[in-house]
Ligand binder design. Structure first.
Ligand code: GTP
Ligand code: MN
Ligand code: MN
Ligand code: MN
Ligand code: MN
Ligand code: MN
Length: 196
């Protein structure tokens, strides 16, 4: 499964490839689990129809535009109010080309407020594709439980993810300063999951 990272400007020239865009929404979180374990941050993913975890989004046409296509998918899958929380070019994070599959995957990251996270979650159950393509948004546990050092993010990472969504999650956590490189490394070791 060879893949290469390319700038957005190069990727949009790949007119013979299929393109997909997905997005990670996140917000700071002051809550404490059981009144003592800091939740630290809210990060949204989606349980997909196929039982795998991924980010909301989907296939886009280059003619409609990457971000316009992504916002269309986000409205379909999570009922996103795109005027309030829509994705723009400035939210672009990474693009990877999978030459063997004729496939280009674009990933976006958007920081919102805790209040906007609640609005997004409330709207999600009213989305056209809720219960169909999307079985619901899920919050990623970004903490690790002190009691066994596996519960939380390590256990979450041993789920099955679509495509490179797991790598995108880890990249997003580090790039947004949600977790440090060494915290991510520790969580990966504790997860015991085989990387793919
Ligand atoms: P349809 O309406 O059924 O076509 O679905 P969709 O347009 O919502 O497409 P989907 O979200 O399934 O994404 C298209 C392709 O991108 C999938 O077949 C996966 O291979 C890949 N994909 C899905 N989710 C993710 C993700 O979170 N990250 C990455 N990198 N790829 C993903
Ligand atoms: Mn989708
Ligand atoms: Mn879709
Ligand atoms: Mn699909
Ligand atoms: Mn689609
Ligand atoms: Mn669809």
């Amino acid at each position: 499964m060879a893949r290469r990272a390319v700038p957005r400007s190069e990727a949009v020239k790949l007119t013979r490839y299929k393109h997909a865009c997905h997005a990670m929404f996140h917000a700071p979180n002051e809550d404490k689990l059981f009144g003592r374990i800091p939740v630290r941050h809210t990060v949204l993913m989606q349980m997909r129809f196929d039982g795998r975890l991924g980010f909301p989004g989907g296939f886009v046409n280059l003619e409609e535009g990457l971000e316009a296509g992504l916002n269309r998918e986000l409205e379909e899958e999570m009922g996103l109010d795109v005027r309030l929380c829509g994705i723009t070019e400035g939210d672009w994070a990474v693009t990877e080309v999978h030459d063997e599959q004729n496939f280009v995957s674009h990933f976006y990251i958007k920081k919102v407020t805790p209040e906007q996270i609640r609005q997004i979650e409330t709207a999600a159950t009213t989305a056209k594709d809720h219960g169909l393509e999307s079985l619901g948004l899920v919050r990623v546990p970004v903490y690790t439980l002190p009691r066994d050092k596996v519960g939380g993010l390590p256990a979450f990472l041993s789920n099955t993810f679509i495509g490179t969504a797991r790598e995108e999650l880890l990249m997003g956590l580090e790039q947004e300063g949600i977790l440090s490189h060494s915290e991510i490394h520790k969580a990966l070791k504790a997860s015991g999951a085989t990387r793919h």
